[in-house]
Design a protein around this ligand. Structure first.
Ligand SMILES: Nc1ncnc2c1ncn2[C@@H]1O[C@H](COP(=O)(O)OP(=O)(O)OP(=O)(O)O)[C@@H](O)[C@H]1O
Length: 597
């Protein structure tokens, strides 16, 4: 039983990221190529500048003409670099949009494919956070950070390579000076994550204290709690202030050290270049070009610094989204087909989330076509057994089979042809009536859809403005009875041989319940019915009655057999029947009519 959703490990994250890159490899290749070309074009300007310096220093020939030609070349290449850079970013943004869409679609598909036994047990908030906050963080990163970081990385590599090619000694000198940038970043990143998390947490705490104080103002006044609330608010303010100061301190250290560290390589190259030139080892032009390259490295490094935290957060979010891939999938379900309609429960034990067993050693055979009522006190395990019979959960030990196949192993489309659980949950999708019905049988014809509704007496379909094409849920909302009929029509279309009823009408108002019961009767005809019975009259009318007590099946037989046996059921029946002797029990209100309660 999964109580929390998994988070993908580093290996799975790498594999998923690689898969996303491969899925759009054309764009990735284009992005790298355009970036490479833009960066190469960007290298030409400083190199030509060096040539200009050397030409002026040499002073021979047509210096002015040479300078003009070189300057024009530098201008052209700068424009080319700018255009290619813009183009690369546009390709990158589009790649980011498409990939973000792909990640969201994958998440949605995996969420929809979650086996019911998992979907019902995971914290809904966690699932929602992954689909909203985490997906937004990943989308923003893919749209903005990934293209910009890629551009910055390619530029940095080209610039470093260019200095090394110009003069390896100058290149090495520049790289050594950049160690300062690395040290500043490392210092910052180690402290930034916990500091920003604390800042967010203390901010949230302060908001919480202020809101709850405002909301509970009357209670606080009545109980004279003003002093305590003021103290709590003061503490929250102090904590939030301390956390803000800590992140501020981090920034005040990072930014100046980053700026100084970024200036060092250019200074180093100038100093070493000057010394080399004095010894006739390099020209002034080479020193100038290398210095400009070093200065240009500041831009990409700045971009990397700005996005590095975002990237860290996005990787964590990506791992949470991809974690859904580790939940067992529907494909793991069996391909075997049930041989008949017989349902067999054998030695079943079941526990929620590793707790105590709430079903203990249940053995039961449901014969095709019979009506079986299950009764028991509140908490006896009736609903749990219903979910196991419907294949929504798996027993901890033992088996629940239909026609010899474990019912929880059947794929969803085959399962609903066998067994369907009917509860009070009848969801109406914001869609047309047709699509609301076709969710269970996508190729159903309009005649079949109308036939299913008519079988339930749902004549209101003829009054809808556009018949089956009418959008329901948003503009036209269906009342309780109609929504239940729509939901039951899905059952008619799925056409299972067995229905399990759990509280299908228990909490409806009398009018709705009456209408729903009529519709229900139409659906039940000709099928095996297992009813969690809240009225002893239902048990009386069933072919057999199963009595559950504290997770055990304590009695099983016909009404007459169980009354004759003088056990648990008999005493319930006697007390209830005696209480209402001579009256129609179906017209008695109240809890006494709820079986075993
Ligand atoms: N999601 C859950 N997580 C943990 N324990 C649960 C969960 N659902 C039910 N239980 C526990 O399992 C036991 C059986 O519950 P179940 O709902 O199957 O009983 P029931 O006979 O249907 O009761 P009722 O008639 O009140 O609906 C109870 O002790 C209940 O507290």
């Amino acid at each position: 039983m999964t109580a929390t959703l998994p988070v993908a490990g580093a290996k799975l994250v790498r594999a998923a990221a690689w898969g996303d890159l491969r899925a759009d490899r054309g764009a990735v290749a284009g992005l790298l190529l355009l970036n490479g070309m833009a960066s190469a074009a960007g290298l030409v300007g400083p190199w030509l500048l060096g040539r200009i310096v050397d030409a002026v220093r040499a002073g021979s020939g047509d210096v002015l003409g040479t300078v003009d030609r070189l300057a024009l070349g530098a201008l052209v290449f700068t424009v080319v670099q700018m255009l290619l850079g813009r183009w690369a970013l546009a390709v990158g943004y589009r790649f980011g949009e498409r990939t973000a869409g792909r990640v969201r679609e994958r998440f949605l598909a995996r969420t929809l494919a979650l086996p019911p036994s998992v979907a019902e047990h995971v914290p809904a908030g966690d699932l929602i956070a992954r689909g909203t906050t985490d997906a937004s963080v990943v989308a923003l990163t893919l749209r903005r950070a990934v293209p910009e970081v890629l551009v910055a990385l390619v530029q940095a590599v080209f610039l470093i390579a260019a200095v090394l090619v110009l003069n390896p000694l100058l290149g090495l000198c520049g790289l050594v000076c950049f160690l300062g940038v690395g040290a500043a970043l490392r210092w910052y990143l180690r402290r930034a994550r916990p500091a920003y998390l604390t800042e967010a947490a203390t901010g949230a705490r302060l908001a919480d204290v202020v809101t709850s104080t405002a909301k509970g103002a009357r209670t606080i006044e009545a109980l004279a709690l003003e002093g305590r609330r003021a103290e709590a608010a003061d503490r929250a303010v102090a904590d939030a202030r301390a956390a803000r100061l800590r992140t501020l301190r981090l920034r005040t250290v990072l930014f100046p050290s980053f700026d100084v560290s970024c200036a060092l390589p250019a200074v180093g190259v100038l100093l070493v270049g000057g010394a080399l030139h004095a010894n006739g080892l390099v020209s002034v032009g080479v020193v100038v070009a290398a210095t400009v390259y070093m200065r240009q490295l500041v831009g990409p490094l700045d971009t990397l610094t700005v996005w590095v935290e975002q990237l860290q957060g996005a990787i964590a979010s990506y791992a949470r989204i991809e974690g859904l891939a580790e939940v067992p999938r529907e494909e793991l379900r069996t391909a075997a087909s049930p041989t008949d309609d017989r349902i067999e429960v054998s030695g079943v034990r079941y526990a929620y989330d590793g707790g105590r067993d709430v079903l203990r050693g249940i053995d039961l055979v449901v014969r095709p076509g019979e009506r079986l009522a299950i009764i028991g006190t509140s908490g006896a395990g009736k609903s749990t057994l219903a979910r196991l019979l419907a294949g929504l959960d798996r027993p901890r030990t033992g088996s629940v089979t239909v026609g010899g196949t474990p019912v929880a192993d059947l794929p969803a489309d085959r399962l609903r042809e066998q067994v369907v659980l009917i509860t009070q949950d009848h969801h109406v999708f914001h869609d047309t009536v047709r699509d609301n019905l076709r969710v269970v049988k996508p190729n159903a014809t309009d005649e079949e859809l109308r036939g299913a509704l008519e079988a339930l007496g749902a004549r209101w379909i003829n009054d809808l403005p556009q018949g089956l094409n009418t959008e329901v849920g948003a503009v036209i909302s269906l009342d309780g009875a109609r929504a239940q009929q729509l939901s039951l029509a899905r059952v008619v279309l799925a056409d299972p041989h067995t229905l399990i009823l759990d509280e299908a009408t228990a909490l409806l108002d009398p009018t709705t319940a009456r209408e729903t019961e009529q519709s229900l009767a139409a659906v039940l005809r000709g099928r095996t019915v297992i009813a969690i019975a809240h009225r002893l009259q239902t048990a009386h009318d069933a072919n057999r009655v199963a009595v559950l007590e504290a997770g055990e099946l304590v009695e099983l037989g016909t009404h007459d057999q169980l009354v004759g046996a003088g056990g648990h059921y008999a005493s319930l029946w006697t007390s209830w029947h005696g209480e209402y002797d001579g009256q129609d029990p179906r017209r008695q209100p109240g809890a006494a009519r709820r079986a075993g309660q």
